[in-house]
Ligand binder design. Sequence first.
Ligand code: URA
Length: 238
Amino acid sequence: MRLDKFLCESTDFTRSMARSALARGEITVNGEVVKRATYVVQDTDAVAWEGEPLAIIGLRHLMLNKPAGYECTNKTSQHPSVMDLLDVEKRERLHTVGRLDVDTTGLLLITDDGQWTHRVISPRHQTDKVYLATLAEPLPDDAVQRFADGMLLKHEDEAVLPAHLEVVDPTTARVTVQEGKYHQIKRMFGALGNRVVTLHRERIGSVVLDPDLAPGESRYLTDAEVQSLGGMEPGETA
Ligand code: URA
């Protein structure tokens, strides 16, 4: 790969910023200043910018403990973006894996790996998403059964898939769903004549929100976590 491209792939430089840094003599390869943008970087080359070693940024997979008040978008809107909470290079390349509402908190996955995202959110993979909801009114006796039956929500032609409801106390419930329709959890409780007061996502598949992450903090997923969500099924092609 050409040196100017390598600089763009390993930093937030644009191509013209990379060329300027080269012209200023800020880039070294194996300890020697290189000013030529067309220099071809070899696997064994040690490239540095003002002495700081550089490496190509590969595909990234993060979990964020989303706080309330942040929107799952890369665009500017009336709320700050969850991306503002990340201290990473090339933030504009990242996207959220599905969305949480502005007031929903908890586990949010963020990546620049589009194929992985597709596998995580594809209904074919039936990945569990687990939410803890607090409610305005006590749950009715038939709530567990109605979630298990699959409800027909307003403005939908088909019932949602059966969902598991665990009653924690009369106004708190843990819900497991395998799809992600617009405002799904709020609309499911709405169908019972209830209202969600707070909603917090605890888990996606086997990936649990890290208890060491305070709201607003993030960390990279481990390889095992990435694999557990985005692994391919036998016979499946990317
Ligand atoms: N269901 C909702 O209603 N809101 C969310 O943020 C996620 C799931």
